[in-house]
Write a protein that binds this ligand. Structure first.
Ligand code: AMP
Ligand code: MG
Length: 350
């Protein structure tokens, strides 16, 4: 299949491009498009055949459900059985935006979109082109991240093309995304809302709106076979660069020294070593391929650069990667969730 890559100016969107993409979606094809979190791979959410194509293009396990994207609150009525009060409050506060809610699904949503679950994940993205595309296509758009399953999520159209060129109909290039990590997933089917995946909307932000919020145990550590994460996607190895990633925690000065020692040995034996540093430490490393992931004083920059840095190490063909760890509160919780999964939870204390 020929994949058309079309560039748009995210501020002045060419309606012809959006109309063409909308037609592709309506007739069951696949279009990758930018959102404020990461690039999504879109298909008609109510067409089981389209959802099937998404799983095939990504190589995604069929029990890992898709998030359905809407542009107007009214679309929700068709997709869900009921809208709990907590959901209304959260939608008021954070939609459009990087928060996905889990509802009991209506009979119209095919099992092929929800991985056989009787719930459905819904989000209204805060991105002009994404909203225009949903409106113009006239369909709710099922859109997981537009990467090959298991690889780091795509934050540029080039990342999407690397993974999916030849497998989908169209890629809309709307330049790099803003946030850089996926939405916060909140299950609102239980009395106390539960975070199933941390994201840009933090626990503190949610609790300000609805009071107590829980967090699914399975996302705070490695998943043993007897624990079943409520977001099925969280059980898979995810976000991973090709080279093995080890994270080091401890006092920052000691971490840098430890990574320098390991890298020094590696260099002598011809092992190409990548280092995930930050703005504050990047000049303290003496050897290796050093990439700054952002500033410890501005976690937004870390979220924004995270996946791009992991993909750059793939391009550089490094043999191993060493990484610093970051505080895991507020947005840091989502950042460390992604980094720890990318490292297969391999963390060493120094
Ligand atoms: P992605 O779109 O690639 O960011 O992945 C979607 C995430 O949403 C995966 O981790 C899924 O397991 C999760 N998800 C989608 N639908 C549901 C649902 N109905 N219940 C729980 N988690 C869901
Ligand atoms: Mg994904």
């Amino acid at each position: 299949m020929d994949t058309r890559i079309v560039t748009i100016n995210p501020e002045h969107i060419d309606t012809k491009v959006i109309e063409e993409a909308g037609r592709i979606l309506k007739r069951g094809g696949l279009v990758a498009f930018p959102t404020e979190t990461v690039y999504g791979l879109g298909g008609d959410a109510l067409n089981a055949e389209s959802s099937g194509k998404i799983y095939a293009a990504k190589g995604r396990p069929s029990d890992n459900p898709l998030i359905v994207h809407i542009s107007d609150i009214e679309q929700l009525d068709k997709l869900v059985c009921e809208i709990p009060d907590n959901a209304k409050k959260l939608m008021d506060a954070f939609w459009p935006g990087p928060m996905t809610l889990i509802f009991k699904k209506s009979g119209l949503v095919p099992d092929g979109t929800t991985g056989g679950l009787d719930t459905v994940a819904v989000r209204m993205p805060n991105h002009k082109a994404a909203l225009e595309l949903i409106r113009t296509s006239g369909v709710a758009i099922a859109a997981p991240s537009a990467n090959t399953s298991g690889r780091p999520s795509p934050t540029t159209a080039a990342h999407v093309a690397d993974d999916l060129s030849g497998k989908i109909d169209m890629i809309i290039d709307g330049s790099a995304v803003g946030i850089g990590i996926e939405s916060t997933i909140v299950d609102v089917t239980s009395e106390i809302p539960m975070v199933l995946r941390p994201g840009y909307i933090t626990m503190e932000m949610l609790e300000k709106v609805v009071g107590k919020v829980g967090i699914d145990k399975a996302i705070t550590g490695p998943v043993s076979p007897d624990v079943k994460p409520k977001a099925p996607g969280m059980k898979y190895k995810h976000y991973a660069p090709k080279a093995e990633l080890t994270m080091f925690k401890g006092e920052l000065k000691n971490v840098v020294e430890h990574i320098n020692n390991l890298t020094d040995k590696n260099v002598k034996s011809g092992i190409k070593t990548g280092i995930i540093a930050c703005e504050e430490t990047k000049d303290m490393y003496k050897a290796g391929e050093v990439l700054s992931i952002g500033s410890r004083n501005n976690e937004d920059t870390i979220a924004h650069n995270l996946y791009g840095v992991l993909r750059k190490f793939d391009d550089m063909n490094v043999d191993v990667i060493y990484g610093e760890t970051f505080e895991d509160n507020r947005l840091g919780q989502a950042i460390m969730n992604r980094l720890l999964k990318a490292a297969g939870y391999h963390v060493e204390k120094v």
